[in-house]
Design a protein around this ligand. Structure first.
Ligand code: ADP
Ligand code: MG
Length: 388
């Protein structure tokens, strides 16, 4: 194995698996470092496909030494990799290209820092209060409710969030969240949820390449993404979201793939929700509807290959396949699902190699591509029925 050909990735889940597959298509070898890369003999989604696997804690000194010795660049698929580990890996003596940078990841990992960054960019945010001390609980005015208490760190797929309607409920909720640092967000009536996926790199001369994909329209069920839809021809009013996402990335001097989530409100107003410093579930459509997938973009940034603005050649719907689709232990009817493809509608199944189908667990996704979004939805709706 040669160091100049090997890309390291921190994290062993499905995002790492799809990064590894994209890296291998471009001729790279990969090394996956994750504590859960192998549990009870079962390999994690990324470990199943990677040439090299190190099973160790992210902060394990020997593991980081192995990564340094065997890789020329390193990236992360897991949002909660300690930012300090990325900072350690980026020390000049290791001669490793580390993307995204520790500083940006640290901000994205903490809802308080994240919102402060959005505000410093002049981008509208959801009205919020910081809850870190007991006395702050009594300062919330009745007209702020209903609200959602969210832990500042470690939340994902709606975990670490409790809806509250008054100060008494807020107290109980904060106790439930172990009185950790939180934000209290006003619960808004959402007309739509969107995300903008972008990738940014800066060359040795300091010149930036900043690309983006068309705005994605997302539907969440119980806090988990259920579907994403993208138009091949993006609407003009999407420009303000793209511009906000670009400002958020630039002002972080961000290098890598970044996803920015937005809430669209009544009357066309909008607010930024949160960012993910990595490929994102809502960006899975790029695997089949675009000339450049978000995972190949991550590979290109990590390896120093140029990004070019992608061509969106199809409208597309992405359906997440969760564990509950294995009703009674039976897998979904894949034969019937792929048979719904045609000469005008593409049905692309992506499975993550997970053994155990638990409710809420992301087992895979299906991209449905077509010339128009209406055509893609028609087939997607039939597939949704087969998944239930
Ligand atoms: P996660 O890190 O789990 O993705 P989010 O903050 O994005 O957390 O919340 C998950 C989902 O919960 C959102 O996509 C949205 O559907 C809903 N949600 C979160 N915050 C609000 C809010 N302030 N108002 C209305 N809905 C919200
Ligand atoms: Mg989210």
């Amino acid at each position: 194995m040669s160091r100049e050909k090997t890309l390291g990735v921190l994290g062993g889940g499905q995002l790492g698996r799809m990064f590894v597959q994209a890296a291998q298509r471009l001729g790279f070898d990969t090394l996956v470092l994750a504590p859960e890369a192998q549990v009870d003999g079962a390999l994690s989604p990324a470990a199943q496909v990677s040439q090299h696997v190190v099973v160790a804690d992210y902060a394990d000194a020997n593991a980081l030494a192995a990564l340094t010795q065997r890789c020329f660049a390193v990236t992360t698929e897991f949002e909660n990799v300690p930012a300090s580990v990325l900072a350690e890996l980026a020390k000049p003596e290791r001669k490793l290209a580390v993307t995204p940078q520790a500083g940006a990841v640290q901000i994205a990992q903490n809802r308080i820092l994240e919102k402060q960054h959005f505000q410093s960019c002049g981008v509208p945010v959801v009205p919020y209060l910081v809850i870190e001390l007991p006395q702050q609980l009594d300062c919330v005015q009745p007209d702020f409710y209903p609200a959602i208490l969210k832990t500042a760190r470690m939340g994902y797929d709606g975990k670490g969030q409790i809806t509250v309607h008054n100060n008494a409920e807020l107290r109980t909720a904060w106790d439930k969240l172990s009185r950790t640092s939180c934000v209290l967000e006003q619960r808004l009536a959402l007309v739509r949820e969107c995300s903008v996926l972008l990738a940014r790199q800066v060359d040795a001369a300091g010149a930036e390449r900043l690309i983006h994909w068309p705005v994605q329209h997302n539907v969440h069920v119980d806090g988990i993404l259920a579907s994403t839809a993208v138009e091949a021809l993006p609407a003009l009013d999407d420009q303000s979201l793209v511009a906000a996402a670009q400002t958020i990335a630039r002002d972080l001097n961000y290098v890598g793939v970044l996803c920015v989530e937005f809430f669209i409100l009544d009357g066309g107003a909008w607010a930024v929700n949160e960012i993910a410093p990595r490929p994102h579930n809502s960006g899975h459509v790029t695997m089949d509807a675009s000339s450049l997938s978000q995972f190949e973009a991550q590979v290109r940034v990590a390896a120093g290959l140029p990004l070019v603005q992608p061509r969106q050649h199809s409208s597309a719907v992405m359906l997440n396949v969760l564990g509950q689709a294995w009703a009674g232990g039976e897998p979904p009817p894949w034969g019937k699902i792929v048979a719904l493809g045609s000469s005008t509608v593409g049905v692309h199944v992506h499975l993550y190699g997970k053994e155990e189908a638990r409710a809420g667990r992301k087992m895979g996704h299906i991209n449905i591509t077509a010339a128009t979004l209406a055509d893609a939805w028609q087939t997607a709706t039939l597939i949704q029925q087969l998944l239930h």
